[in-house]
Design a protein around this ligand. Structure first.
Ligand SMILES: *Cc1c(COP(=O)(O)O)cnc(C)c1O
Length: 341
C-alpha cells in the first residue's frame, strides 16, 4: 500500500470521499458490532427523526503522522465522552467509549493511505456522528440510531504561516442559558449559518458571541473557544455553561501550566475587559490556535496589542508547544497520543 497521490500541501478544508466509512446501528436497545462500508451514501426514511427534529450530534478529530512515522490520534477518549454527553442531552443512545475508540481506529486503518505525510501540515479529518434514524412524526426521540464515522483528508489550516484574523461582535446569540450550547450538535450550527455568512460578507472571519442573558460576558465563536493573555502573561479562558468544552482548549490549559509554567484561569470574562488583554486567540482542532488581531464592536475596532501581522509571543509559544506534543517532538502527558499504526 502507498499513500494516495494527493497534493497534501494544497488541500483545502473540503469534503472528499475516501475508501471506507464506519457504521453501527442501535436497535431494540443494543448497538450491533458495527462494520466498514464502501458506500458513502445513506438511505433513510423521509420521516427519520434527524430530518424532522434535528436529532443529531457529532465530533471532530484528526489522524496524522508523527516525527517517527506513526499514525496517531489525539485524546480520543475526550471526543468519546463528549459525543456520549451530546447524545444523552438529545435523548439518544450513547456510544460506549471503548466502542468509539475502536471504531475510530478501524476506519483510520481502512483509509491509512489518506493519512498525509509528516510535515505536510495536512491531516485526515475524522468526523464521528450519530443521528435518530427511525421515523417519528409526533415529537419524540427516535427508537433507532446510527453511529457513523467518515474520514476525509484536509489541508493545513494556515497555508502561508499563522495569520491573525479580524472578527466582529455579533448581535445574535449562539446558545441560551441552560440550553444546548455545551453539546456538539448540528442544531447549534444551523442557527449560526446566517450570522457567519453575513460576517463574511462584511469582511469578518468570525462572530464573537456574548452571553445571551445579559450580553455582558464573552462566550465563544460559532466553532471555537476564546483564549486571552493578560499583560502580565496569564492565560484566561471564559467560564460558562453554554460554551462547548473544547478539547484543544482543555489541553492548552494543561500545556500552559505544566510545560510553560504559566498561570491559568478559567473565569467569566466581561466584554468590556477584552480591550485590556495583550493577546487574544481562538482554539479548536482545526487550527489549534488562530490569533485575533482586531475585534469590531458595532463599528469601533478594538485593536489587540499583538496586531494583525503575526501571532503574539505567548499564544505562538503555546501553539507551537501543543503541536510539538501532538507530532511527537515533545513528550506527551500519559494517554494523550493514541497510536493507530
Ligand atoms: C468543536 C467545537 C469547538 C472546538 O472543540 P475542539 O474539541 O477543540 O475541536 C469549540 N466550539 C464549538 C462550538 C465547537 O463545536
Amino acid at each position: 500500500m502507498a499513500k494516495k497521490n494527493i497534493d497534501w500541501a494544497n488541500l483545502s478544508f473540503e469534503y472528499q470521499p475516501t475508501d471506507m466509512s464506519y457504521v453501527s446501528q442501535w436497535k431494540d436497545g443494543v448497538w450491533d458490532d458495527g462494520q466498514l462500508v464502501a458506500d458513502s451514501n445513506i438511505t433513510l426514511n423521509e420521516c427519520a427523526c434527524v430530518f424532522q427534529y434535528a436529532q443529531t450530534c457529532f465530533e471532530g478529530l484528526k489522524a496524522y503522522e508523527t516525527v517517527d512515522g506513526k499514525v496517531v490520534i489525539f485524546r480520543p477518549d475526550l471526543n468519546a465522552q463528549r459525543l456520549a454527553d451530546s447524545a444523552r442531552t438529545l435523548e439518544m443512545a450513547p456510544v460506549p467509549e471503548d466502542k468509539f475508540i475502536e471504531a475510530v481506529k478501524q476506519v483510520v486503518k481502512a483509509n491509512i493511505d489518506y493519512v498525509p505525510p509528516y510535515g505536510s501540515g495536512a491531516a485526515l479529518y475524522i468526523r464521528p456522528f450519530e443521528f435518530g434514524s427511525s421515523a417519528v412524526i409526533g415529537v419524540a426521540p427516535a427508537d433507532e440510531y446510527q453511529f457513523r464515522i467518515l474520514v476525509t483528508p484536509v489541508g493545513p489550516y494556515f497555508k502561508e504561516g499563522v495569520k491573525p484574523i479580524y472578527i466582529r461582535v455579533c448581535d445574535c446569540d449562539r446558545a441560551a442559558p441552560h440550553g444546548t450550547g455545551h453539546i456538539k450538535a448540528g442544531l447549534n450550527y444551523a442557527m449560526s449559518l446566517h450570522n457567519i455568512v453575513e460576517a463574511h460578507k462584511l469582511g469578518f472571519a468570525e462572530n464573537m458571541y456574548l452571553d445571551a442573558a445579559t450580553r455582558t460576558y464573552v462566550e465563544e465563536t460559532g466553532g471555537a473557544n476564546f483564549l486571552f493573555v493578560t499583560k502580565d502573561g496569564k492565560l484566561v479562558t471564559p467560564e460558562s455553561d453554554s460554551i462547548l468544552p473544547s478539547i484543544t482548549r482543555r489541553s492548552l490549559m494543561i500545556v500552559a501550566e505544566k510545560y510553560l509554567g504559566m498561570e491559568v484561569e478559567q473565569r467569566k470574562v466581561r466584554f468590556d475587559e477584552v480591550k485590556d488583554f495583550a493577546e487574544i486567540g481562538l482554539c479548536g482542532t482545526a487550527a489549534v490556535i488562530s490569533p485575533i488581531g482586531k475585534i469590531n464592536d458595532h463599528g469601533t475596532d478594538i485593536e489587540v496589542p499583538s496586531g494583525m501581522d503575526e501571532i503574539g509571543p505567548v499564544l505562538g509559544k503555546l501553539r507551537e508547544t501543543l503541536i510539538d506534543i501532538q507530532e511527537g517532538r515533545l513528550e506527551a502527558p500519559e494517554g494523550w497520543i493514541v497510536e493507530i499504526k
